[in-house]
Design a binder for this molecule. Structure first.
Ligand code: MN
Length: 195
């Protein structure tokens, strides 16, 4: 299998002012393209050729193949979880029920998720993920890892590598994190929980 770029479900300037066109052009167009190219080159002729990124992230030893597969998976989920036409500021339906069950309220979930995102030291990701019983967890992943590594299903991910926000927010990671809540496509996140 050749790993490919995910298609953006919006124009590259449609998420402004939360994420600028310039950031999309670098983050999606350059950083993610490099991870995809690296992964295709690295797996060629190895036991990981022909495997999905999920399979690679779950099973590859620490190293370049795992790092690049993790970043291909992370960014495919990341760039497809946003919408310029957010229908509701909060999730609804079964996702909302699960969040209330496991965190008490959406406000409490958001507070914990923001804390995880802001306090993650260095480069990495914060994720909302579901375990095999459907219970929700917030995880902090260093560098390019993903909850799939621990057998969880990733639902919503915030990229806290500086390349995700530095052009628009410089050192103000917390401001970027707070703004991201305005562009989440909760239907996409709920589908990941239910499938
Ligand atoms: Mn990134």
């Amino acid at each position: 299998m050749t790993h490919e770029m995910p298609k953006l479900p919006y124009a590259d300037n449609a998420l402004e002012p939360v994420i600028s066109q310039q950031t999309i052009q670098f983050h999606y167009g350059k950083h993610l393209q490099t991870y995809v190219n690296n992964l295709n080159n690295l797996v060629s002729g190895t036991e990981f050729e022909g495997k999905t990124v999920e399979q690679i992230v779950a099973s590859a030893p620490d190293g370049a193949i795992f790092n690049n597969a993790g970043q291909v998976l992370n960014h495919a989920l990341y760039f497809t979880q946003f919408t310029p036409d957010q229908r509701s500021a909060e999730p609804t339906g079964e996702l909302a029920e699960a969040i209330i069950r496991d965190f008490g309220s959406f406000a409490e979930f958001k507070k914990k998720f923001n804390e995880a995102s802001v306090t993650l030291f260095g480069a990495g990701w914060s994720w909302l993920a579901a375990d095999k019983d459907g219970k929700l967890h917030i995880t902090k992943e260093a560098n390019g890892s993903n909850p799939v590594r621990a057998g969880l299903t990733p639902l919503l991910g915030f990229d806290v590598w500086e390349h995700a926000y530095y052009l628009d927010y410089q050192n103000r990671r917390a401001d970027h994190i707070e703004a991201l809540w305005k562009i989440i496509d909760w239907d996409v996140v709920e589908k990941r929980l239910l499938t």
